[in-house]
Design a protein around this ligand. Structure first.
Ligand code: 5GP
Length: 130
């Protein structure tokens, strides 16, 4: 059974897309720890990050770096944190989280944004991806 993220890649489930290339997709997390919380995923469906082939692993990090830099320019934050968890969705993803306080890195602090805000945010971050 395909993961929810594969369904997003295939356009079966909507997302607020930030950036995309042939092999990777970045989109806003549906239940963000902070404004701008973004997920970067390989289109190849692999459960655990350490099981990615070396090439995909390195390319995912480079893609996440590019998106993270755009995020840092868009959202007011001290820094963009990166984490990999994967306990909820068994499809590799890098969390990019704009951080001002430690609680935003804990996945227990959540923020609510309207669909309009999310759409604007995704577009603004995406426009800064180089
Ligand atoms: P993890 O697997 O790293 O523990 O967390 C999965 C993350 O994916 C969570 O932050 C959760 O909010 C996010 N997520 C789960 N389902 C969806 C979805 O359908 N769309 C989006 N955009 N994010 C999702």
């Amino acid at each position: 059974m395909p993961t929810i993220f594969t369904k997003i890649i295939n356009g079966e489930i909507p997302c607020f897309k930030v950036a995309e290339d042939e092999n990777f997709l970045a989109f806003l997390d549906i239940n963000p720890n902070a404004k701008g919380h973004t997920l970067c995923i390989p289109k190849k469906e692999v459960n655990k990050i350490l099981d990615l082939d070396e090439e995909t692993y390195v390319q995912l990090m480079l893609f996440s770096r590019k998106v993270g830099k755009a995020l840092e320019k868009t959202v007011d934050c001290k820094r963009v944190g990166m984490s990999v968890i994967g306990l909820e969705v068994p499809h590799v993803h890098v969390h990019l989280i704009p951080l001002n306080e430690m609680k935003e890195a804990t996945f227990q602090h959540k923020v609510k944004l309207s669909n309009e805000e999310l759409a604007e945010l995704a577009e603004a971050i995406g426009a800064k991806v180089e």
